[in-house]
Design a protein around this ligand. Sequence first.
Ligand SMILES: [Zn+2]
Ligand SMILES: [Zn+2]
Length: 663
Amino acid sequence: MGLCQRWRRLRLSGLQTCRLHTAAVPAPPQWLAERLGLFEELWTAQVKKLASVAQKEHRTIKISLPGGQRVDAVAWSTTPYQLAQQISSTLADTAVAAQVNGELYDLERPLETDSDLRFLTFSSAEGKAVFWHSSTHVLGAAAEQLLGAVLCRGPSTECGFYHDFFLGKERTVRGSELPALERICQELAAAAQPFRRLEASQDQLRQLFKDNPFKLRLIEEKVTGPTAIVYGCGMLVDLCRGPHLRHTGQIGGLKLLTNSSSLWRSSGAPEPLQRVSGISFPTMEELRAWEEGREEAELRDHRRIGKAEYTRRGFSEPPDSDRLSSSLSDHAPSHPADTLALKPMNCPAHCLMFAHRPRSWRELPLRLADFGALHRAEASGSLGGLTRLRCFQQDDAHIFCAPDQLETEIQGCLDFLRSVYTVLGFSFRLALSTRPSSFLGEPCLWDQAEQVLQRALEEFGEPWELNPGDGAFYGPKASVSLLQIDVHLRDALGRPHQCGTIQLDFQLPLRFDLQYKGQAGAPEHPVVIHRAVLGSVERMLGVLAESCGGKWPLWLSPFQVVVIPVGTEQEEYAREAQRRLQAAGLVCDLDANSGLTLSRRVRRAQLAHYNFQFVVGQKEQSKRTVNIRTRDNCQLGEWDLTEAVQRLLELQNTRVPNAEQVF
Ligand SMILES: [Zn+2]
Ligand SMILES: [Zn+2]
């Protein structure tokens, strides 16, 4: 379908209008047509070039398939897809990509040399990653076309995919826009558009993405060779290593799930981004089965968001106690247990939980999380505000894992950290402190661990720095050494705070003689990761309070709405509005003090930083509406009460930082 034709269809479909948001689909931007034109030109040239290579290099190569089968193929001509067809039509239909000599390949990419080849299907984790990665391009294409989005990045995740894009500083994606976006995704999938792999030079890349500042920065930072790979799919052209599905028609069922805000932090100034997440499956039946499973899980899930995040990431929260045998306070068991003391840290208790019965490698990684209160006998002179307390809570966790699980676990910790800090609106910097000069233990173990941490940081993709020899000495005897990743976050004023931390510990398992039965049957010591995302919860509250200067974002605000009746006759309706807001779970007060003028009461609410004031007079009462102002005294005008409540909930649930501006 041609560009203009497609646009006309979108316009006629009328999907894109809703009550809250009435912008029509924009005309096809010039840059999109230009980008596609250039891609087609380069594609034609590449097809010609490959045909001549195939002619020149024409020779037979040997391909080993799983199960020991060996077949002949033609260099630069035979594709994995053709081989899959030879094996069975089912395999050809269900394969999503191939692995060729360890490298991931598109099914349509010609083989070049003798190869070991295996096929990936949706049933494997790698296959799912390719499938969801391809699906996020479809979402990206839909966002470009419907919303005029400037695409940033769209990775697959453990369970689906998301795409981050830019819509301008003030604009957010609304929940009410997801259905229209989803329908375009489904249309693009049904159109079975092929993914086309193109090798482009640095100059060509800059030309292709000249209208996307984010891609230009990525090209600058990530493209180190003379060329890089881009893919075309329908009208989309994106910078990507691949591999992808053969065509979008392999996506039988696709659903968009959430919209939220996110942040571009890769380089340069941070920019507000919009994130849409989704999930997809090879067939509609699989999508339906997944939806049913999810509804069931949601029905049963009575927990709050924070805790749900713990469950999703595989942490368990053991029942906890304030008290601990005083013999354990020194990070290691020493005297026989006698007196009980207030718990200063969770590490020893979690070690005991690990050790209380024989453990097998199958139970690892074991992730124990604890929000329990901790007590420290700080000198009274050093106490201050929420920053240093004698009793505080920490979002503390310990991960007991096998050495070969370390890298994945560290990456999991970093990802958790990023997702929490993004929601809180913090940017952050990472620093890796390597072993102190007088370390304990075997040097080769430390070398390996340092490499693991460096690899995890590289893979994570955020900037980090190295502090050689800065690893911590820990505990009263200063005899426990650790490798650690320090996380320095920056608040809205750009001030640094050290809150989260990730520490790698080889000593603790030895001191507590923690063991598990290894895969070969012999006992082995686990490695322990100590990690905190918020650090002290009280301290984090202090940082947040100062960072927002008392003007809390709506979703965190203790003063979300105040309803102000103009006169006593409207008091009853004002109370009803308050009840409606409260029933929806919003924090809402009523200011019916008729002794003060309306403007005094509005001013008072604004000084108290209520995010929104709902003023109700005679007109509002008769029309069941409210007149809305923000704490910055911006007048948003008259809104239907039901719609206003819905909009507030949407802004709260997507945790936007600037609800007052985007209402
Ligand atoms: Zn891709
Ligand atoms: Zn610890």
